[in-house]
Design a protein around this ligand. Structure first.
Ligand SMILES: C[C@H](N)C(=O)N[C@@H](C)C(=O)Nc1ccc2ccccc2c1
Ligand SMILES: [Mg+2]
Length: 676
């Protein structure tokens, strides 16, 4: 269906559509009136029930200037109709996918039209439209599309509902009575500031996310299917389902109308066989040495000059360049900074004041150092973590931080109770199963703050965290250590909450010990993150989980640990925590420390567990200390897999329909914002 210089040949067919074995030039076939085959592609946007029509070029020999079905053309001699139609889709006639479309010179324009409106136009023989016999077989396509659409909607609605059922809504409340009036006012501003993190995060995950979000939200009340799409999108903050290895749960057709203007752009310097492939004229140059350090930092976006040049010819030495977040997200960050400054003026707590003003400045300058120190030293009733922190979303290298916010109120009593843990990190480091040469003698004790969560946003799409250890920036870890925040709303009714809480504290403490900044075999200084790249997060999470287990614990802790493995693996093997837990489970199972019984129950072999835990901890910590990416790759490739015992456990959990995660609800936010 593309342009060719030589005249095309078509297979000549019999009256009943069989190939005669002869082919003839296009002009001759039409002149002699030979039977031949053409193919029509109907592009149908399910979300709006619209068809994409093309306006035929005025120079066409048949129906010039009229509106015609999405794409149509003759089949070249020897080709099959499906190949000509470029429709794969298991041989179905309707292709719901939109790829990059290069408009051919034979098309003047395209437009979307509701399928019903199009049908009426052709029934009434509207002269603007290419005539179609709606009474014949061709007309049945309208019914087929409608039926298919209905079936598809039902099946997809059921699927989305099933996906949503894996989340249990959970209402979180916090005690605000101890707050001063100034702090209460500051809290409201902080909630507004936190909401800005959501806007930035959506854009960070995918550049078309803001339009998709607006589109889905706008349609949410139009049908139950639209509502389900919106609900599930709101959890995942993207069209990819995090509990399903990031498989897409929306098709491009679900939002094609909205995205189309951004999805097409003229490409200058485009070369290649038309309609088959496209590639830039010049081979893209790499990143210069100077730019590498900048580009591998936490707080910048890496872009190609080419994407913004219409001629596609790059004049500078490198096509790649980095832009600081302060510039990339300037509109959002300027507003957030204003809110933080106002909140900083209102609060009576000096440390919160310092944090809010320094964080506001960091949003504008892109230098987060002082604000992160202020965050570690925060000692205030209102507790806030806001800014670019975690790197889980950067699946390429694990370098880039995404924006998040946790706004809460400190639980003073619980904070006092856990202080002991953070004060003894040096002792923990000394006891790590790791060669002494790799151990640090300067681990800084880490404050732990127990906080009742009032609101979270941004990169909090799940798994919903119960605690975090920050900052991740190794400059600060070296100079000032880290701090931990434990989220603990009123959850006393939960079974064995204390064991889980203790395990969580251990987990966060472990992030503070072990290798961070390392010396490579060539004596160069580096960090575990820079060396292990996309493998770092999973290994770091596994280290944090297993790190405090070797020192003979009470038996119940090992059993809780086994149960915890199943909990996290359900987050999926694409996700750092799920991956880390699969590694631990499969290692311990291989060493006989976890046992699967014929009745499909599991138990811990207490004679084997200590050695197994110690050997895995040693392997992980040594791999980190050496910055050995190859070893990390081998370890993860072998153990981060869905083995049979894991499958058995997950299928049992599936059967009893235990939720995988929660979706937090914050009624207190509505109260604070006066929306009761
Ligand atoms: C190390 C990161 N900076 C970080 O703090 N990440 C958190 C989102 C996190 O991994 N939290 C977390 C808390 C408790 C856990 C308990 C058991 C398994 C995993 C946990 C992860
Ligand atoms: Mg962790």
């Amino acid at each position: 269906m593309g342009n060719t210089t030589e005249e095309e040949h078509f297979d000549v067919l019999t009256e009943t559509g069989q190939k005669t074995g002869f082919s003839k030039a296009r002009g001759l076939v039409h002149k002699d009136g030979d039977y031949h085959r053409a193919v029509h592609v109907w592009i149908f946007a399910e979300s709006t029930q619209q068809l994409l029509l093309q306006q035929r070029a005025v120079c066409k020999d048949a129906w010039p200037g009229l509106w015609d079905i999405s794409s149509a053309g003759h089949i070249s001699a020897g080709d099959a109709s499906l190949i000509t139609a470029s429709v794969t889709n298991n041989g179905n006639f309707i292709n719901n996918e939109f790829d990059d479309v290069y408009l051919e010179s034979e098309v003047s324009a395209v437009k979307y039209i509701s399928i019903e409106e199009y049908k009426q136009a052709v029934v009434k023989e509207d002269p603007q439209y290419v005539p179609v016999n709606v009474d014949g077989q061709y007309g049945q396509l309208f019914d087929i599309i409608n039926k298919r659409y209905q079936c598809d909607v039902e099946a997809r609605s059921l699927d989305l509902q099933k996906k949503l059922n894996r989340y249990a809504p959970f209402s979180l409340s916090a005690e605000l009575t101890g707050l001063t009036e100034g702090d209460k006012e500051a809290l409201v501003l902080l909630i507004h500031a936190a909401r800005m993190m959501d806007d930035i995060f959506h854009q960070q995950v995918w550049c078309s996310n803001p339009s998709l979000r607006e589109w889905l939200k706008g349609r949410a009340s139009m049908s139950q299917f639209d509502n389900l799409k919106w609900l599930y999108y709101s959890i995942n903050k993207s069209p990819w389902s995090s509990l399903d290895e990031n498989e897409a749960f929306l098709t491009t057709a679900d939002s094609a109308i909205k995205l189309l203007p951004e999805a097409t752009k003229p490409i200058g310097g485009w070369k290649g066989l038309e309609y088959k492939t496209a590639f830039p004229i010049q081979k893209p140059p790499g990143l210069s040495d100077d730019e590498k350090q900048d580009a591998s930092g936490f707080f910048s976006v890496v872009r190609r000059h080419r994407d913004f040049l219409s001629n596609n010819i790059v004049s500078s030495a490198s096509d790649l360049y980095s832009i600081p977040y302060s510039q990339e997200y300037s509109a959002f960050l300027a507003k957030t900074a204003e809110l933080l400054h106002k909140a900083g003026d209102l609060t009576s707590s000096p440390s919160l004041k310092r944090l809010l003003h320094s964080k506001a400045d960091a949003f504008l300058s892109n230098d987060y150092y002082d604000s992160d120190i202020a965050w570690i030293e925060l000692d205030s009733k209102v507790d806030v973590t806001i800014g670019p922190y975690e790197t889980y979303e950067d699946v390429l290298f694990g370098y880039k931080a995404t924006f998040e916010a946790f706004v809460g109120v400190r639980d003073d009593k619980a904070t006092d109770q856990v202080k002991l843990f953070g004060d003894h990190l040096q002792v923990l480091e000394q006891n790590l199963p790791l060669d002494a040469v790799y151990k640090s003698s300067e681990v800084i004790s880490a404050p732990i703050r127990v906080v009742q969560l009032v609101y979270n946003s941004g990169d909090v799409k799940g798994p919903q965290t119960v605690a975090f250890n920050l900052p991740n920036d190794e400059r600060i870890v070296n100079d000032r250590g880290t701090s931990m925040v434990m989220l603990k709303n009123e959850q006393r009714e939960l079974v064995d909450f204390d064991s889980f809480f203790t395990h969580t504290i251990c987990h966060e403490c472990c992030h503070g010990i072990g290798p961070h900044t390392i010396t490579l075999p060539n004596d160069q200084k580096s960090t575990v993150r820079l060396e292990l790249q996309e493998l770092h997060s999973a290994l770091e999470e596994a280290k944090a989980d297993i790190g405090l287990l070797p020192e003979s614990l009470v038996k119940s802790m090992y059993v809780s640990f086994l149960a915890g493995c199943f909990r996290s693996v359900r987050f999926g093997l694409e996700e750092a925590h799920g991956k880390g837990q699969a590694l631990q489970f499969n290692w311990l199972f291989e060493k006989g420390a976890f046992v699967l019984h014929p009745d499909e129950t599991f138990s811990v072999d207490f004679d084997k567990i200590e050695d197994a835990v110690e050997s895995l901890s040693r392997v992980i910590l040594t791999t980190q200390a050496k910055g050995d990416k190859e070893a990390a790759q081998e370890l993860l490739a072998k153990y981060c897999v869905m083995t049979n015992p894991l499958k058995v456990a997950l299928e049992k959990l599936e059967m009893v329909q235990v939720p995988v995660d929660i979706t937090p609800e914050f009624p207190i936010v509505d109260e604070l914002l006066g929306k009761k």
